[in-house]
Each structure stands twice: as C-alpha cells, then as structure tokens.
Design a protein around this ligand. Structure first.
Ligand SMILES: Cc1cc2nc3c(=O)[nH]c(=O)nc-3n(C[C@H](O)[C@H](O)[C@H](O)COP(=O)(O)OP(=O)(O)OC[C@H]3O[C@@H](n4cnc5c(N)ncnc54)[C@H](O)[C@@H]3O)c2cc1C
Length: 381
C-alpha cells in the first residue's frame, strides 16, 4: 500500500514520463508505480481537463452501439477491472457504487430507439431487463408518469471522477509544466527543461492532436451539477427524450450530475444558454421532481475523440506509447488502459487485444489522417 500521507516523491530521473495528468495519465502512472516503475507525470494543470467535467458513469451496456463490438469488449473488461482499481484508492473515497443504471424512453419514438438498442443487447448476450412504465417507476419513483418503458442494466455502475483524480494526485508524482516537444525517450517543456527517460507515455487527452500528429479532436460536453437531499434520486438514469439523450447521476452526498451536450466546436469550453436550456428541458421532462433543487455548477469539458470513436493505446512508429482518444468512456476505461499501458511499457502481454486500438490504424488508409501543420505547434499553457 502506498504512503499517501505526504506529497509523492518526484524522481529526478524517472524510468517513465507521462505527458498529461487527466484520469488516463494518472491511472497509468499509478499502475506503473504499483509495479515498481519510477514515474513522473508532467502537466501544467493536472485534473482540470475532461476528467473534471465527467459524470462518472461506468456504463459498458448503456454505451453499447451497433458496429462498435471491439469498444464494447474493451468497456466490459474495463468494468471488471473497476472493483480492484477502486479498492486501490478506497471505494468510499472515490464514491464507487454498483447500483445499476436505468435507461428510460420519454415517448413512443424514444421507446422505438430503446427497443432497437435492446436488440443489440440481446444479440451480444448482455444481461439487461426490459421494463414497462410501472416497472421503471418502481425502480426510480422520480420518473415522469408518462415514460413509455426502459431498460435496466445491473452491470452499469458509477464513480465520482473528481474524487478519483484527487486520490490519484495524492499518490502520483507530478511536475507542473507544459510539454512542447516529445520523443520516445525525452520531453521538452515550456520552462526550458529537457527531461530524459526510458519511455514516454502521451496521455494529453483532447490536446494530443496538437502535440503530435495523431487524429484526435475535441468533442465539447456541457454538464450541470444540481444539489438536493441525499437519496432523492435512487440510481443513475439515462433518458431518450424526443430523440435527445440526457442523464442524471446521483452522488452519495446529494449532488446530481446532469449531462451532457456533444458538440464539435474545436477547443471552445464556453457554457452557453442554449446548452444549459436543452439539458434542463430534457432532464426535467424525464425527472420533473428535480426542478425544485439547486443548480450549483455549469461546466464544459473536451472529450478526446479519434475518427472511429475508439481509444488509441499502444506504441507508435515514433516509439511513443499512446493512451488517448477515450472519448465518452475515459472514466470507465481508465483502469484497463492503465494496466495495458503498464504492460506495453514493460514488454508484458496486455490484458486485452490492443490491435483494434493501435496508433498505426489510421496510417496509409485512403482518406486517412494527414496531420494539420497548425496542430503540430502550440499546446495549451
Ligand atoms: C461532459 C462530459 C461527461 C463525461 N462523462 C463521462 C462518463 O460519465 N463516463 C466516462 O467514462 N467518461 C465520461 N466522459 C469522458 C471522459 O471524461 C474522458 O474520456 C476522460 O476524462 C479522458 O481523460 P484524459 O486523461 O485522456 O483527458 P483529460 O482529463 O482531458 O486530461 C488531459 C490532460 O492533459 C494535459 N495536457 C494537455 N496538453 C498538455 C501538454 N502539452 N503538456 C502537459 N500536459 C498536457 C491537460 O492539462 C489535461 O490535464 C465525459 C466527458 C465529458 C466532457
């Protein structure tokens, strides 16, 4: 067990340098540390990226989509890795809860959409319960009386990502600097330092495409935090409301996270009146009882997305180990990415097949990515 009573010791010559201290970089560093590897994470503002915005749903089932079987397999493996990962940080400290998740349909068209997803669940042999109106409201009494039906997934869980990052930051050494140049075994930072190591891991989230020529783009998500009495909402609820998706995730302290928009807006993190309106309109249609509680925070974060929506995990031709592109599921997939990165760095067998997630998969394909010269310079301070 690591000593978390004092600030983590920063090695002067780490074996591994991780660029980016979001949940992915910090989890990879934590796994490496636990396996005896000396590591340091370089980030000017660790924990302030997408990981600070995220709702914390650990939802392989409700995140399953047609045509993404390889992502589903990774997400299921990630879900299985979560209990041990939460244990390593403290289950209560990170508010890891295994109470399942309900997806509800607002009207008949929404129900048709859910039925279609239910067919996918059945085809993949996923353990879900299809519910009628009354059964939905029995599980979550706050649901609007008119909901048409739903799907309950006992395998979809939740955690508080901000607490996970806080616990990781207590354990993992960090160097506050922005990386300007990267190679397989050294990084240069904006304060003029060049740091050498045996292996560099890049986990710079949505900014990875700016630092290196990988096709990662930012996908903006606006998200709200409400606060009410503890236990007001029994379990996380996702909804399809007139064709739009919305969710409400209750924390053990009474916070309810409502999200999230999906916008292709570049590196824009403004919270807009329209974004907040749409989220409140849809969540209050689904859970009208939330209208009386406090709106305590509006926020926006940038999900890192690859062209095929799958993460990029593995060693590139440039000798750099990549851990990025986790898009909508970076909180869920942090533990499995961490063990995969640690295995790759140490030359061990990874816990899952990484071929579908290889950094080279976009090379030399017709219409494949050509790095944008603008993206090769200028990284965030
Ligand atoms: C609104 C919203 C809701 C979400 N909800 C969920 C959810 O419920 N469940 C789920 O599983 N996922 C969710 N996600 C997705 C999840 O948040 C991301 O996939 C995940 O946080 C990505 O983690 P990361 O560490 O790769 O990126 P980030 O958390 O963005 O971290 C990247 C880090 O890299 C640093 N960095 C960038 N450039 C440099 C540089 N040049 N030098 C040094 N450091 C650098 C940044 O400062 C930052 O700290 C959500 C995302 C959003 C936006």
């Amino acid at each position: 067990m690591a000593d978390v009573s004092s600030k983590p010791y920063v090695p002067s010559h780490p074996d591994v340098i991780v660029v980016g201290g979001g949940i992915i970089g910090l989890s990879a560093a934590w796994q490496l540390l636990r396996e005896g590897v000396e590591v340091a994470v370089v980030d000017p503002a660790p924990g302030t990226g997408a990981s600070h915005a995220a709702a914390g749903m650990l939802a392989p089932i409700h995140e399953a989509y047609w045509g993404e079987t390889h992502i589903l397999r990774l997400n299921l493996a990630a879900s299985q890795a979560w209990p041990a990962f939460a244990d390593s940080l403290g289950v209560d400290a990170v508010d890891y809860r295994r109470n399942g998740m309900l997806m509800a349909a607002y009207d008949a068209d929404d129900k048709a959409l859910l039925d279609n997803l239910g067919d996918l669940h059945e085809q993949e042999g996923l353990p879900v319960e299809r519910l009628r109106n009354r059964e939905c409201r029995f599980r979550e009494p706050l649901l609007a009386p008119g909901v048409r039906g739903g799907v309950y997934s006992p395998l979809d869980h939740q955690v508080n990502p901000r607490r996970v990052v806080a616990e990781l930051l207590r354990r993992v050494p960090t160097i506050p600097a922005s990386v300007t140049e990267v190679a397989g075994n050294q990084v240069a930072t904006d304060d003029g330092r060049v740091m050498a190591c045996q292996q560099v891991v890049v986990a710079a989230g949505a900014w990875t495409g700016r630092l290196l020529g990988v096709p990662i783009r930012p996908i903006k998500g606006q998200i709200l935090r409400l606060s009410g009495p503890e236990g007001l909402l029994q379990l996380p609820v996702r909804g399809v409301v007139r064709g739009s998706s919305v969710y409400a995730v209750p924390r053990s302290d009474g916070e309810i996270v409502v999200g999230a928009t999906q916008e292709e807006q570049g590196f824009d993190t403004r919270v807009t009146a329209g974004g907040v309106y749409e989220l409140l309109r849809d969540v209050l249609a689904l859970l009208p009882g939330l209208s009386e509680i406090d709106l305590v925070e509006t926020w926006a974060g940038l999900r890192p997305g690859a062209p095929d929506n799958a993460p990029i995990i593995g060693t590139g031709d440039d000798g750099i180990v990549y851990a990025t592109g986790h898009y909508r599921n970076g909180i869920l997939t942090a533990p499995i990415t961490a063990t995969a990165v640690s295995a790759v760095v140490q030359g061990h067998e990874p816990p899952v097949d990484l071929v579908p997630f290889s950094p080279g998969r976009f090379d030399a394909k017709p219409g494949g990515h050509t790095p944008d010269p603008e993206h090769l310079s200028g990284v965030p301070a």
